[in-house]
Ligand binder design. Structure first.
Ligand code: 13P
Ligand code: SF4
Length: 305
């Protein structure tokens, strides 16, 4: 038996013994997506975490995802498969700037992309993910929207809701932000029949060249439902596993060598096993900021019905 097969067997055994469930984001490696109980985008995983009967959650993703699961399930034990898997964007907010904007506009709603630390979530009225951001901002009565941390997602929403006035923050995802429009145009020349699907964390000039913009799940669903046979994918390459699994007869191309999130790739089967063996620290969120962060996350779930 190979070492990997042995680890997988041990994971399955311990999962039963410990009444645990494994949640994984589409950006983690194929070997983890294969053994996870649920794989999804960040909204699906946050929502799913609340519906589960298991007492122990092992999260394969980045820190803000594990923290959101813990905030939404304070009585459950949550482990990260890798404690150092951080989303770089999650810290890109200057709280003094938020304070200053809040003092400037009376009717302001502070909307926080879920890719943020607990501290940053705690200053928001509501959290959103890339799959529900437009719908949620559209439901808010406020005209002025301070959107943190992601500037690209903010511009994408603002374009669809011209009646709102956005105040932007300078955060971005170093992975999506680095996929250039020029690279996409080159790929389009090479594969002229391909449809182009992108994540809204990409830059606005690139999104303008695309046929569809959506969350990781929405990209996968769109490609699956489409009659097209060839696609250019502008998001992290982890999605290729599910895209190909659901669509064995279709062809998917990356447009850049930069479509890799090193933090997502820190998750390993060994890390999952160690979490189940109790060798990892539990996810603990800052008690001071947890109640307000929970309110913002609950408000997202409430507005999505
Ligand atoms: P999704 O919400 O589409 O899963 O995206 C999360 C993320 O980190 C994108 O970079
Ligand atoms: Fe964060 Fe970007 Fe990685 Fe997504 S791809 S987890 S936004 S660093």
């Amino acid at each position: 038996m190979s070492e990997q097969t042995e680890i997988v067997k041990e994971i399955q055994k311990l999962k039963k013994e410990k009444n645990a469930v494994i949640l994984a984001h589409y950006y983690v490696g194929k070997e983890i997506q294969e053994i996870a109980d649920y794989v999804g985008d960040s909204y699906f995983l946050a929502k799913k975490s609340k519906e589960l009967s298991q007492q122990v959650i092992v999260f394969c993703g980045v820190k803000f995802m594990g923290e959101s699961a813990k905030i939404l399930n304070p009585d459950k034990t949550v482990y990260m498969a890798d404690d150092n898997a951080e989303c770089t964007m999650a810290h890109m907010v200057d709280l003094d700037y938020v304070k200053q904007v809040k003092e400037t506009y009376e009717d302001l709603a502070t909307v926080c992309y879920v890719n943020a630390t607990t501290r940053i979530k705690s200053v928001a009225d509501v959290c959103v993910t890339s799959s529900n951001a437009v719908a949620i901002v559209n439901k808010l009565p406020n005209k002025h929207i301070l959107f943190i941390p992601d500037k690209n997602l903010a511009h994408f929403i603002a374009k669809q809701l011209p009646e709102k006035e956005f105040i932007y923050n300078e955060g971005f995802c170093h992975v999506h932000n680095s996929i250039s429009k020029e690279e996409l145009l080159e790929a389009k020349k090479k594969y002229p029949d391909a449809l182009c699907l992108a994540h809204p964390e990409c830059t606005g000039d690139l999104l303008e060249e695309c046929d569809f913009v959506g969350s990781t799940s929405q990209i996968i669903d769109y490609a699956t439902a489409s009659d097209a046979k060839e696609f250019l994918i502008c998001t992290e390459v982890g999605v290729f596993y599910e895209l190909q699994k659901r669509n064995p007869d279709k062809v998917f191309h990356a447009v850049s060598v930069k479509q890799i999130c090193g933090n997502m790739k820190k998750n390993t089967l060994e890390g999952v096993l160690e979490a189940l063996q109790g060798k990892k620290k539990e996810v603990v969120v800052d008690a001071e900021y947890e109640p307000l962060a929970r309110k913002a996350l609950d408000q997202m779930l409430y507005l999505m019905g």
